[in-house]
Write a protein that binds this ligand. Sequence first.
Ligand code: HDE
Length: 692
Amino acid sequence: MKKSNNPKIDQFEKEAYVDPKGKTLTSSLGVPVADNQNSLKINQTGPTLLEDFLLRDKLIHFDRERIPERVVHARGVGAHGYFEAYEGNEKWTKAKFLTNTQNPTPIFVRISTVQGGRGSADVVRDVRGFSIKFYTEDGNYDLVGNNIPVFFIQDAIKFPDFVHAVKPEDPNEVPTGQSAHDTFWDFISLNTEASHMTTWVMSDRAIPRNLRSIQGFGVHTFRLINKENQAHLVKFHWTPKQGVAQVVWDEALKLNGKDPDFHRRDLWDAIERGNYPEWELGAQIFTEEQAAQWDFDVLDATKLVPEELVPITPLGKFTLNRNTDDFFAETEQVAFSPANIVSGIDFSNDPLLQGRLFSYTDTHLHRLGTANFNQIPINKPVCPFHTNRRGGYANHEVYKGKANYEPNSVDENWPRESTNDPHAFRTHPEQIEGSKLRIRPESFADHFSQATMHYQSLAKHEQQHIKDAYAFELSKVKAIEIRERVVNEVLANIDLDLAQFVANELGLDAPTKQSNSVKKATVTKSDHLSTLAYPASDIKQRKIALLVHNGANASSIDAIKTWGDSESAVVEVLAPNAAPVKSNDGKEIAVDGRQNGEPSVTYDAVVIVDGDNLDEFLNDGVAKHYVLETFKHLKPIVLLGDKEALIKELNLTQDAALFTSQSFKDVSDQFKIAIQNHRYWDREDKVASIPA
Ligand code: HDE
C-alpha cells in the first residue's frame, strides 16, 4: 500500500487494510488452518461430517460473496487520488476542501457505464457515470455526475420508466450494454424531453477512447454558499488534462470482443505506470437574476448553460494516483449519493436532483444491507464523527459512555450541536411559497432548441457520426412505427437534414417540415461542445505498436523506444509470435506480444519497422490487416524504409497522418502531433471502401 501524504487517510487505511503476507491461513475467527485441501470425512471417502466447522465457515461466507449489483451503473472501475484547490474560491464558497489550498483532499473516483450489468463490455455506446467522493475535513462530499452535461428526463418520477426501457428487454434479457432496441427507442419517441440527451448519446461522447479522456458534469444546478452566507447558482464541470477523445464505431464493436476490459485495463495501466490522469474542476457560477433572463430553466436537467453565457471558473484539480487493492471492498462497496454535501454547498430545486436525494441512500440500504454502510472503510469519513446512532446490522463502532441522545445531562451533553460553529451545516434559507402541484412547469416545455444547438455546434465528422449512430440504432428496432415516430417527431424537430439522412437509411419517407412549436435557442452554436475543443497536450500513456518480422532493423526499434520513453508513451514490439525475432544484423529482438493477440484496436498508432523483410510482411495476412485496420480507424502510421512499398501494396493513400521515412527521427515530431490529435478525421471519407 502506497503512502498518501495525508496522516488521516494513512491511519484510516491502516485500520481497514488486511495484509496477508507472511501470515498463516485462519478461519474467520482466527483459528489457524492445518489442512485447506480436504474436508472432514468418515474414512477416506466419506460421508462428510457436519461437524467440519472449517468447511462450514468457508462455504457460508462463499455463499454470500455477491451483493446485488447496482440497478444502473453496475459496471465500473475505481481509483484513489487527491484534490487540490486553487486560490480565491472563498469568494464563492466556505467549503473547506475548495478553500484550503494547503492540504490536498483525498478522493475516490468511480467511472461506470449505465446500461450493462457488472460483466458487460467497456466500449459500448453509453453514458459514463463519473462519481467523486471527497473525504473532506467537514465530512464526505460526493459529486455524482456523468460525462454528458444533460440528462434524459426532467422529473425523478420518470427514472424507473427510463431505466426499464433502456435496460435489456424483459422477455429474454437482450441486448446487454446497448440502447439499440425497441423499448429504448419507444421511450425516446414518446418522451421528447429526452431529445437533447439522445443527441449526446448518439455522439462520439458515448464511445470514449478511454476513461482518462472524458469530461465530467454535475448536470444539475447546485448552490455555492460563502462565509457571508451569500448563495450563487452553480454547474460543475471537470475537464481532462488528457484531452477528450473517442473511438470510431467499427473500433468500438471490435474492442468489445477483443478486449472487453479495455477501459478498465487502460486506467489501471496508466496509474501503475505513474502516468496519473488529471482533471480540472471548474464551475459556471451565476445568480438567480441572471438565470431568470435565459430562454431555458436552469432547474431543467435536459438543458446546459452555454459557456457563451457563463464561462467556467476553475476551482482546483484532481489527480488519480492509486489503484484499488480490493475491487469488491472499494469499487463495489463505495456508496455515492448526491445528498452527501458539506457546508458551503447546497441543492437546488431541480426535480430530478430532488428525487436523487432519496434514491441513492435507499439503494445503499438494499445493496449493502445495513444502515451502517458508512462504516465500511471506503465510505467512512476521514474527519472525526460522533453521532448518536446506535445498533443496526454490522455495526463496527464501539461507543463509550451512556449518552446516546441529545441533549443529555449524563455525559455533559456530548456530543452536542454546534450553534456557533460557522462550518456546521446550515441549509440556505430559500424563500418558497405556493401550492402543492403535480405538474411540469411551462419553462420545461421546449424539448428541441438545445438539441439543435448541440448538433449545430459540432464538426462535420461529428455530425456524420451522430447520423450514422441514429441510423444504426434505429435499424435494430423491429417496430416500424417506433422508427417512424423517432424520425418524424424527434429528429425532424432537431434538424431536418439529420432526419432525412436517417429516414433514407431506414427506407422511410423523409420528413420535410418541423413541428410549429419548435423554437430557436438564443445561443444557436457553442464553441465548447465539440470534442475538438479539448485537445491533448502530450502523448503520455498512448500506446504505439511496432510491427516486426525477422530481418527488422534493430536500431530503428531502439530509436523509437528511446523516443517513446522520453514522451512517457508505451511502445510495444509485436511479432507474428511471442518468440524473439532476428534483426537484419543477426541480433535477437525481444517481443512484447503477438500481432494476433494484441490487436490494432488497442493501440493509438503503429510503426512498421524497416529491414530486409518486405516479403515476410506481404505474406503475413495478420500484419497486413493490422495496417489496413489502423488506417481505417484513422490512426497515425509510420512506414519506415522498405515498408513505404505498403502504400502501393495495400492501396493506401498518403495523408497528414501517414508518414514514410528512411529514419524515424525525421518524422517523430509530426508523428507526435498526429498521435496527440488522436485521429485524422479528414481520412474518414476515403476509407469507406476498406473492408471492416
Ligand atoms: Fe443515478 N443512480 N439516478 N444519475 N447515478 C444510481 O445509485 C437515480 C442520475 C449516477 O459509481 C444508483 O448506488 C435516480 C443523473 C452515477 O456508484 C441509483 C435518478 C446522474 C451513478 C440512481 C438518477 C446520475 C448512479 C444505482 C433520477 C448524473 C453511479 C446504484 C432522479 C448527474 C454511482 C447507486 C457509482 C447510480 C438513481 C439520475 C449519475 C439507483 C432516481 C441525472 C454516476 O440510486
